[in-house]
Design a protein around this ligand. Structure first.
Ligand SMILES: Nc1nc2c([nH]c(=O)n2[C@H]2C[C@H](O)[C@@H](COP(=O)(O)OP(=O)(O)OP(=O)(O)O)O2)c(=O)[nH]1
Length: 133
């Protein structure tokens, strides 16, 4: 039998990189699938919205940070039991404001990434990060 899977959901994800190479990760809050897992901040792109606009909206909503510019870096498609996602990772070196925990989530600046567990689709990115720091 052929399995029919839902079309992928686009997700805008931002990797804030400080001049010293540290990157910002957040922990998924209670109530979301994979609560407690660590990820790069971001969220689902809404209908009619560009990926960059979604990135800016999610960073403002979750962290109170204004993304000034960001560069598309790589895309990863991944099938979770709860969702089929297409992740659009952006590298961001220019933003305004200090991250605040506006949704009660923990966050952490990391040099070598030591927080765990990470969302499965995000794990390979950690190794690739050395190319952009
Ligand atoms: N933000 C983010 N999402 C990721 C990463 N890796 C990864 O697999 N995902 C997946 C988990 C989720 O299935 C999806 C993001 O959706 P979400 O539920 O967090 O999005 P949202 O904030 O718009 O949530 P909601 O409005 O539906 O509550 O992408 C990552 O590094 N960052």
């Amino acid at each position: 039998m052929t399995e029919v899977s839902a079309p992928p959901v686009d997700v805008a994800v931002g990797i804030l990189v400080r001049p010293n190479g540290d990157v910002l990760l957040g922990q998924r809050p209670e109530g979301k699938p994979y609560a407690g897992y660590w990820e790069f901040p971001g969220g689902k792109v809404e209908r009619g919205e560009s990926i960059f606009a979604a990135l800016q909206r999610e960073f403002m909503e979750e962290l109170g940070v204004e993304i000034i510019s960001a560069e598309a870096w790589c895309g990863v498609q991944y099938q979770y039991p709860h969702a089929n996602v297409r992740l659009h990772f952006y590298i961001c070196r220019e933003w305004r404001g200090e991250p605040q925990s506006l949704e009660g989530q923990a966050f952490a600046w990391q040099g070598s990434v030591a927080v765990s567990p990470l969302l499965e689709a995000t794990v390979p990115l950690i190794e690739w990060l050395d190319q952009v720091r």
